[in-house]
Design a protein around this ligand. Structure first.
Ligand code: PHE
Length: 427
């Protein structure tokens, strides 16, 4: 029951920002893949994102730094570069597919600095200043102008500017978000970009806006994008039913999302589109045209390996890691059915209460044993003009049984700290 609920909830896994796409499907078939690892494609400098494993880089004393120590500690783990980790296995399988495509060599980037500027992450991508995705309630800021990247698209413009014509870019990304089996404040994305040869795009020269959108060349790119990504899905999931929906991203136009049918349900898999001409202009590549896509690796891995809880990707437990090997997609065997402990907390909220602050505070105290936090009741007292919220916290460890005493102690700390730090009035 627990497992199927978790997998279904992947549909709602789409992060809160409206430029985001990433939901992912899953698959029943247990394919053995012949992935040969990370070196098949024309490769950028050797990967070692682990060099970023230095929490002090993320914990500046800037007054607007909102990176808590438990998030800083996640950076640089490099799950996407570990050949025997489900995230690394999926990444390799995606690379394998792109290496099989005839037209172009895709350069692989997997070790960019997760600290990016607001210019890289937002401005270069035409994400407007008032976009909710830029808000500190959704994003981890180091300073006012530097942050933990919220998507791998943050590296599009630098790679385009450096002259890359086709590339894949994988990395860890960070978003303040809700807490449940399919949401974790750190996850991994893989970005792909392809620019077309100048000769093939001659007819598009000088075209912008509507004229560009209606051009034959724009259609050619969109068709190639769709065919390429449909092929990727077949490579990952076997033949599967797919459908395209129109979507919106400030940095692509037209934009689409791809859904695939899994267990009778349509699941969103990725976001993509034709690169907006202004993004190309910003990157000094105004003479070129192309496509881009971005997908979430955890979602794909949860489906392909039937991994029911996103926290598992971060565990050090050998019972998890011993199940996976490079190039193999196998069904994950759950090794724990430890019971959950539920605790409710109700409080009057002050003006400007930010839910993500509360979620993060609980994870800061209790760590990954916080499995889920949900709002179960809310009402406003018209006389007082005050609103009360009641949240249920599900505590559960994947490695051991929890005692009531230890959870009571943690819950007490949460009650104290939420009053102290967030100014709520606990009831
Ligand atoms: N960056 C987008 C996201 O995080 C995905 C995307 C990438 C969309 C590239 C279009 C092109 O949701």
């Amino acid at each position: 029951m627990k497992i199927s609920t978790a997998i279904l909830s992947i549909t709602s896994l789409s992060p809160a920002h409206s430029w985001t796409a990433p939901a992912i499907p899953r698959f029943t078939s247990r394919t053995k893949v012949s992935t040969t690892g990370f070196t098949q494609l024309h490769s950028a400098p050797p990967s070692s994102s682990t060099k970023y494993a230095d929490p002090s880089r993320y914990l500046s004393d800037h007054p607007n730094n909102n990176v808590p120590p438990h998030i800083a500690a996640l950076v640089g783990k490099g799950l996407h570069t570990r050949p025997n980790h489900p995230i690394g296995i999926i990444r390799a399988k995606i690379q394998e597919y792109f290496s099989s495509l005839p037209h172009q060599d895709f350069t692989i980037y997997d070790a960019e600095d997760p600290i990016v500027t607001t210019t890289q992450c937002f401005d270069d991508l035409r994400i407007p200043p008032d976009h909710p995705g830029r808000s500190p309630s959704d994003t981890y800021y180091i300073t006012d102008t530097t942050l933990l990247r919220t998507h791998t698209s943050a590296h599009q413009s630098e790679h385009l500017r450096s002259g890359a014509d086709a590339f894949l870019c994988a990395g860890d990304v960070y978003r303040r978000d809700e807490i449940d089996a399919s949401h974790y404040p750190a996850f991994h994305q893989l970005e792909g970009v392809r620019l077309f040869p100048v000769e093939e795009m001659k007819g598009a020269e000088g075209k912008e806006g509507q004229e560009w959108l209606e051009s034959e060349e724009c259609k050619v790119i969109a068709e190639d994008l769709k065919a390429t990504l449909e092929g990727l899905m077949d490579h990952l999931f076997g033949e599967t039913e797919k459908r395209w929906n129109e979507d919106y991203f400030p940095f692509t136009s037209p934009s689409y999302e791809l859904e695939i049918k899994y267990q009778g349900e349509w699941l969103e898999v990725l976001g993509c589109g034709v690169v907006h001409e202004e993004v190309l202009q910003t990157s000094d590549r105004a003479d070129r045209r192309g496509w881009a896509f971005g997908l979430g690796l955890e979602r794909l891995a949860m489906i392909l390996f039937e991994i029911p809880d996103i926290r598992l990707f971060w565990t050090e437990d050998q019972r998890f890691h011993s199940q996976f090997a490079s190039g193999e997609i196998v069904k994950f065997e759950s090794y724990s059915k430890y019971p959950p402990v539920y605790k409710d907390i109700a409080f009057w909220i002050p003006e400007g209460f930010v839910e993500n602050d509360f979620f993060e505070l609980a994870r800061g105290i209790a760590g990954d044993i916080v499995e889920k936090m949900e709002l179960i009741d809310e009402f406003t007292n018209p006389k007082k003009g005050k609103t009360s919220k009641c949240y249920r916290i599900t505590y559960r460890s994947m490695d051991r049984s929890l005692t009531n005493e230890e959870i009571d102690a943690l819950q007490m700390q949460v009650r104290e700290k939420v009053a102290e730090d967030l100014g709520v009035e606990v009831r």
